[in-house]
Write a protein that binds this ligand. Structure first.
Ligand code: DC
Length: 225
């Protein structure tokens, strides 16, 4: 069994902040695999390379892009892409859209899954994404599927982005989130799906701290059992 805590779940489920806190409590390294899909989108789609119109150039860039996570003092390691730290550039709406486009391309997934598998070792790793428990590490020791209702996720996203919780905006955002869930869980390649042996954690009625504590308790139970 791999010494991995796999945390999967839909967009805006709070995965990243929960995974960061879980890794910190366990003194483990946290890898956010979404940033790798964002980096591929950044080097290709955002650089004007269309994977459909120019598959050759796309394949070349995909094969040559260098990625590694570098730990800079405390906190989560940061993704270095071809010698630069794109950081916030990967968090824009455009980078999100580019990431979700390249995430449907099988060759992209093959390359990134390979890189992700190379990161596992003796030390405990907390890896977060969409397909960690199903595809990357089907034999991870601990697997969680973190979710929350579309309404609750919409609320968290709006608050995080500094919006007021206007009912109409809330409803629109929840509908967009539900639609993205539908697309993600019905796509042909590595659809978002709970692994059979993953524990479902619904955080709709839990604070971030309560969610983290629940996951840590489940890990300890398994360690001791
Ligand atoms: O978690 P995120 O929003 O940073 O993910 C960015 C995109 O990458 C999103 O469209 C989902 C996709 N992704 C994926 O397909 N598989 C992963 N393991 C992680 C992210």
């Amino acid at each position: 069994m791999m010494n991995v805590v796999a945390i999967d779940g839909p967009a805006a489920s709070g995965k990243s902040s929960v995974a960061t806190a879980v890794a910190e409590a366990l003194n483990a390294v946290h890898i956010n695999t979404g940033s790798m899909y964002r980096a591929v989108g950044y080097k290709t789609v955002l650089a004007g390379i269309d994977p459909e119109k120019d598959p050759e150039t796309f394949a070349k860039v995909l094969a040559s892009v260098q990625m590694r996570f570098v730990r800079q003092g405390q906190g989560d390691p940061e993704l270095e892409v071809d010698g630069e730290f794109p950081g916030e550039k990967l968090r824009t709406e455009a980078a999100s859209a580019a990431a979700s486009k390249v995430a449907t391309i099988p060759a992209v997934r093959t390359r990134l899954v390979e890189l992700q598998r190379e990161m596992a070792g003796n030390d405990l790793l907390v890896m977060e994404g969409r397909d960690i428990g199903t595809v990357v590490f089907p034999d991870a020791k601990y697997k969680f599927f973190l979710t929350a209702s579309p309404e609750e996720r919409a609320k968290r996203r709006l608050l995080q982005d500094g919006f007021e919780l206007d009912p109409e905006l809330l409803q629109k955002t929840a509908a967009a989130i539900a639609e993205r869930d539908r697309v993600d869980s019905t796509r042909a390649v590595s659809p978002l799906k709970q692994a059979d042996d993953a524990t479902l954690v619904d955080s709709s009625d839990l604070s971030k701290e309560e969610t983290v504590q629940r996951i840590l308790m489940l890990i300890r139970e398994k360690q001791n059992g």
